[in-house]
Structure formats: structure tokens, C-alpha cells
Design a protein around this ligand. Structure first.
Ligand code: NAP
Length: 235
């Protein structure tokens, strides 16, 4: 298989790249990075510098990527240098909200816009994005984190919409939203204090679980939201 990992130098993205390298059924990995340079190198991996929010960058990537069996997008943000996620609506900041929408929603839409040719004709192809359970509207019991939640809910809607459009055009592709579980990366670092013992996953474990989920999903199951353990999450 040929696999594209977008955000391949992030915490979870890098774990995807390393695990995919170990698989005999994977021959080539195209992995992208933006600010953080990759630290893992392997003969199967071709690293590409990319801004996943840039239309022209994504267009160029897809024009040169060739046929792809799996696409995994692991780009996302929860906090910036100046802003954390909002505990209350009183902390809402429009610029921070737009940054969340940009990082969490736009890359998947740009990839879907340009990837048709790369996925066409591939048997049992996968188009997956790492979303977050807090983006589930049904599951929202606690409130808070409104910019992150809303941007992941928008991402989920984007994935469902792409899946419906591709039912006719790319019926052999399984479009999937994935929840990794709380994972020990820079994104979750400031919020790990209250995570129950044993519930903070290593990036390798959560990436391993999500690859297992992708291995079992078929095009008939396209347009759904999967937890790291393979159970289905409500939109
Ligand atoms: N860690 C968790 O507990 C957890 C839980 C639920 C969901 N998730 C989701 O899992 C995904 C991966 O997160 P992670 O935990 O691996 O975090 P991470 O280590 O901080 O990685 C984030 C990735 O997103 C890229 N990125 C961040 N902001 C960006 C922007 N504005 N424009 C373009 N690229 C940007 C980063 O690239 P550069 O740094 O090079 O720019 C990096 O590749 C995210 O979608 C996150 O929402 C994580």
C-alpha cells in the first residue's frame, strides 16, 4: 500500500509513520510536516514540507503523490501560545476560534478537494482524519472548549458530507473520523493532570489502535465516527 500521512511530525502523526513503516503491506509512505521537522527517517518514508491549510500546497502535493491506498490526516490544534481552550463562553476569542477552524477543519476539506485522482480505482481505500470525541454534539455533557469542540464538529460534518458525495464518485473509499483517546502529546500536555491512571495513551498505542480500526473498516461503513477501540461514536 501507498499511504499519505498529513501532519506526520506531530505526536500522533509521527507514531502513525513509524508503525506504518513496520508493516509488510505498506511499501511507501508520504509524510508531511509544517513547523516541526521530522526526527524519524526510513527508506519507506518520503518527507514533504507542507502547509495543510494552503490550497496551493495541497493541490501540488496531490498532483505529485500518485496513487494512494490510505490517507490519514493527523493535523490539529487545541491551544496556541497565547490562548488555551475556553472554560466558559466569556473567554471566547474570535481569532482563536478561526485558528481552530483553520487547523482542525480546513486540511481535510482541501485534501478531499484534490485527492480524487489519487484514490480513484484503489480497492478498499481509506480517507481518515483524527478528530476528537469532544466534537460529538450528542456526547457533549460538560460544555467548555467551545472553539475546539465546534471546529471538530465542523470537521465531522465535513467528513460525513465528503462520504456522501463520494458514495457515487469514489464508492470504494471508506471515509472515517477517528478518536485517538487522550494521548500524551504536546496538544494534551497542559490538560493531563485529571486524566485517570491508565487512560493516558502513548502516541504509539493510540496510533496502533486507530490503524487496527482502519484495517477492519470497509467502504460500506464510510461516513462514520470511530473510537480508538473500534466502537462507533455518535455524531
Ligand atoms: N492528544 C490527544 O489527547 C488528542 C485527543 C483527541 C484528539 N486529538 C487529535 O489528534 C490530532 C493530532 O494531535 P496530536 O495530539 O498529535 O498533537 P500535536 O503533537 O500537537 O500535533 C499536531 C499536528 O498538527 C499540526 N498543526 C498544528 N497546528 C497547525 C496549523 N495551524 N496549521 C497546520 N498544521 C498544524 C502540527 O504541525 P506543526 O507543529 O509542524 O505545525 C502537528 O503535525 C489532532 O487533530 C488532535 O485534535 C488528540
Amino acid at each position: 500500500m501507498r499511504v499519505l500521512v498529513v501532519g506526520g511530525s506531530g505526536g500522533i502523526g509521527a507514531a502513525f509513520v513509524e508503525l506504518l513503516c513496520q508493516r509488510d503491506d505498506v511499501s511507501d509512505i508520504l509524510a508531511t510536516f509544517r513547523l516541526h521537522e521530522p526526527t524519524f527517517f526510513h527508506s519507506k518514508v518520503n518527507w514533504i514540507s507542507l502547509d495543510p491549510c494552503s490550497d496551493s500546497d495541497v493541490a501540488k502535493l496531490c498532483a505529485n503523490a500518485g496513487q494512494l491506498d490510505w490517507v490519514i490526516n493527523a493535523v490539529g490544534m487545541l491551544h496556541s501560545d497565547s490562548h488555551g481552550p475556553e472554560k466558559t463562553i466569556k473567554r471566547f476569542d474570535a481569532d482563536f476560534m478561526l485558528q481552530n477552524m483553520q487547523a482542525n477543519t480546513v486540511p481535510t476539506l482541501l485534501l478531499a478537494k484534490y485527492l480524487d485522482k489519487n484514490l480513484k480505482g484503489v480497492v478498499n481505500a481509506k480517507f481518515a482524519t483524527v478528530s476528537a470525541k469532544v466534537g460529538s454534539i450528542t456526547d457533549n455533557q460538560l460544555g467548555g472548549w467551545v472553539s475546539y469542540r465546534a471546529s471538530k464538529a465542523a470537521l465531522n460534518m465535513a467528513l460525513k458530507t465528503i462520504a456522501i458525495e463520494w458514495r457515487m464518485r469514489l464508492p470504494q473509499v471508506c471515509v472515517a473520523a477517528l478518536h485517538p483517546g487522550t494521548t500524551d502529546t504536546a496538544l494534551s500536555k497542559p490538560f493531563q493532570a485529571n486524566v485517570p491512571q491508565g487512560k493516558l495513551f502513548t502516541p504509539a498505542y493510540s496510533a496502533h489502535c486507530m490503524l487496527q480500526v482502519l484495517d477492519t473498516k470497509t467502504p460500506e461503513q464510510s461516513g462514520r465516527f470511530w473510537n480508538w477501540d473500534g466502537s462507533e461514536l455518535p455524531w
